[in-house]
Ligand binder design. Structure first.
Ligand code: GLN
Length: 195
């Protein structure tokens, strides 16, 4: 296999373009993924921010939910930001009716957790193994609790905002919006190590 990993960005809804740019800046070949055949061709996958209820619905509609679950269960590296973090949670505390997740991280998440007064904000977040990162939070979820297999990588205001379990990485915040590509570089390394 070539040394440059091919990383997909789930392109059903959300800030796909920003992730494609950040991945390319972190030395990966990045491409959008909308169909099961495209998913089969990537070494890793980013699930962008957006609206998790919409991404969930479209994943079912496009026949991607089961292939996504199968590849994540099989150990494909995956990185979810914000709505993408919600998609990787084994359990949502407050799902919309019919809202499904891919799962992969033993964690319980609360959607829109930071509340109305604080809908969007930026804060410096200390991420284990990465250092201080400027976190952009937009109607962000937090992680209520994690299981024994999951490693908490960052907290903000006493709430868990970054988690890793095996080859699955998730952040409540949006590193693709800051021009700082260290979180994407961490993920590209995870993809390289998994090959
Ligand atoms: N910026 C985001 O991805 C927001 C997430 C959104 N609140 C959701 O529930 O999916």
């Amino acid at each position: 296999m070539s040394s440059t990993p091919v990383i997909g960005v789930l392109a059903l809804q959300g800030d796909v373009r920003e992730h494609l740019i950040a991945l390319a800046a972190a030395d990966a070949v990045a491409r959008p993924v909308r169909r099961p055949e495209e998913l089969a061709e990537v070494d890793g996958l980013v699930i962008p921010g957006g609206e998790s209820t919409t991404i969930s619905k479209l994943a079912v509609l496009f026949g991607l939910m089961e292939p996504l679950r199968a590849r994540v269960a099989d150990g494909m590296p995956v990185y979810g930001t914000c709505a993408g973090l919600i998609m990787l949670a084994d359990k949502i505390l407050d799902p919309r009716s019919g809202q499904e997740t891919i799962g992969g991280i033993d964690m319980i998440v609360r959607r829109n957790a930071f509340g109305r007064q604080n809908e969007s904000f930026e804060a410096t977040v200390e991420v284990t193994g990465v250092g201080p990162v400027e976190g952009v939070f937009i109607r962000a979820p937090w992680v209520e609790s994690v299981g024994a297999q999951a490693e908490v990588l960052a907290e903000h205001g006493g709430h868990i905002v970054a988690v890793r379990q095996g080859n699955a990485l998730a952040t409540s915040f949006h590193p693709e919006l800051t021009g700082d590509h260290r979180m994407h570089a961490l993920f590209v390394d995870m993809v390289r190590d998994a090959r």
